[in-house]
Structure formats: C-alpha cells, structure tokens
Design a protein. Structure first.
Length: 252
C-alpha cells in the first residue's frame, strides 16, 4: 500500500531525509519516531505529495505519487497536528465541501456515523470559531476520512484531545487498520505507539536507524535495558536517558 524506495529530501544543500526505504502493508500501523529534526514531518509531507522528494520512488496503492499525483492522492489522507479550517463554513458545510472535492456521492450516509464516532454530531451548525481545539481536530479528521482513504498519515494525532478523545482516536486508528488501511503515525508519544502500532521505524538525522515490528524493536534493545519502546528509542538514537524525577521526601 505504501512503498518508499530511496527517499531523499534536501532543503538547499541540507539533507533532511537520506535514502529512506520501507513499506507499509494493508492493516499495518507504522510508528515513525525520532528526535526533533529527525525528518519525520518531511517524510510524511513527501509521502502525502505536499513537497516533492529530491530523489526516490514513492508509491501509494501501487500508484507513483510523483508522476501520477492526483490518483495517488485520492487514496490517502494526511492529518497534521494543526487543524486548518475555513472560518466561514460550518461543520456540515466543511463536510459537504470536502465531499464535493473528493467526489464522494451519498456523503451524508457516511458523515452521520463519522460525526457520531467523533462525538461532534451536536456541532453540525457551528463555525470553527465556536469549536474547541480538540473539536476542530475531530472535524478535520471527519473531513479526511470521508473518501475512505486506504492510506492514512497522522502527524501527532493526539494534540489537543481530551482523555476520552485520546481513547477514541486510538480506537479509530485501530478500526481503520482492521478495515485494511495502511497507516503511518509520527509521534513523540511512545506509549501511544506501543499501544496502536504493529511496526516502528526510528529515524535520526534523516536516516533509518532501526525498523521492524514493535516486538522486534523492543527485543533488539532489551539486552541493555528494559523491554519497551522508550528504551529502544533511547538506545537507537543514543540519547542520554533522563533520570526519573524522585519526589522530595515529605517530613511530618
Ligand atoms: N522548509 C524547510 N527548509 C529548510 N529546512 C527545513 C525545512 N523544513 C524542515 N527543515 C529541516 O529539516 C530537518 C527535519 O525537519 P522535520 O520537520 O522533518 O523534523 P521532525 O522529525 O518532524 O521534527 P520534530 O519532531 O521537531 O517535529 C530539520 O533539521 C529542519 O530544520
């Protein structure tokens, strides 16, 4: 579903992503992790067709994204952590507008359960200015899922969501994967990734430093630490582990 071969992205002469190759199959959820500036957003922006790669081949559902961008983009959705909406369209008008752009016939049949799943049914007539940040994020997600994308990219999907929203977002991601979508999530929240991802790719300085199933990656680094993704992240990126905060002793 997602095939990346030798993806390289330069900004001027700065190499942000260097010879990255990987694939995500239907039903898999890949966690893309790495320190600040590792190249995660750059990778996702290339994969979503927002910025062109300098080199490399990107295929979405077998379609070459660079030479055939429109059919490839019809198969994908990209959710950034910053919801961007039209100030003067209501929730319902956003959905109608998006459905028209993506040529989704009979969109109302899809929007009702989507709005219910995201718990914003009662906000249908509201403008973005009347929505909380989390609700805006949910509206963006409802719009992005309208055309039933087979490939979904999330850049920090939990920003701004409340605990119930976080739980529902995790469930939504897993539901889409069970339905056969190929999903990539970029996040610094390693516990989220451990819960929802089947695979993980650790980037550092634009390069792949480790990839495999979550279990493989945890195992690989467990000899020199705990058997979890946080330990694997610290070891793979050779970051110094921050010592745990010890609460001060309370004296009666
Ligand atoms: N438009 C741009 N022009 C020049 N350099 C850029 C541009 N966008 C990103 N970079 C650089 O490319 C590198 C990778 O940035 P990117 O945003 O992909 O990292 P990231 O892994 O998503 O980081 P973070 O975890 O902080 O969001 C960084 O060194 C960044 O400064």
């Amino acid at each position: 579903m997602i095939e990346v071969q030798g993806l390289t992205k330069l900004y001027g002469d700065f190499v942000a992503v260097n010879e990255l190759s990987f694939a995500v199959q239907a039903g898999q959820v890949l966690g893309l992790v790495g320190p600040n500036g590792a190249g995660k957003t750059t990778t996702l922006r290339c994969l979503a067709g927002i910025i062109p790669p300098t080199r490399g081949s990107l295929r979405i559902c077998g379609i070459d994204l660079v030479s055939n961008p429109i059919p490839a983009k019809k198969e994908l959705a990209f959710f950034t952590d910053e919801p961007r909406l039209f100030d003067y369209l209501t929730v319902e008008q956003h959905l109608a507008f998006t459905a028209r752009i993506y040529q989704v016939a009979d969109y109302k049949r899809i929007t009702e359960p989507l709005l219910a799943e995201l718990e914003i049914t009662d906000k249908k007539d509201k403008l973005p200015g009347e929505l909380s940040r989390g609700m805006k994020q949910k509206l963006v997600i409802a719009c992005g899922l309208l055309h039933s994308p087979k490939v979904i990219f999330f850049d920090e999907p939990l920003t701004g969501l409340d605990p119930i929203g976080i739980r529902r977002m995790k469930d939504s991601i897993l539901k889409r994967a069970r339905e056969g979508a190929a999903i990539i999530i970029s996040s610094h929240l390693l516990h989220l990734l451990e819960e929802v991802c089947s695979h993980v790719l650790i980037l550092k300085g634009g390069q792949n430093v480790a990839d495999g199933t979550v279990e493989e990656i945890k195992q690989k680094f467990s000899e020199t630490g705990e058997n979890n993704l946080e330990n694997a992240f610290f070891q793979a990126t050779a970051e110094t582990r921050v010592p745990p905060i010890v609460p001060p002793a309370i004296t009666p």
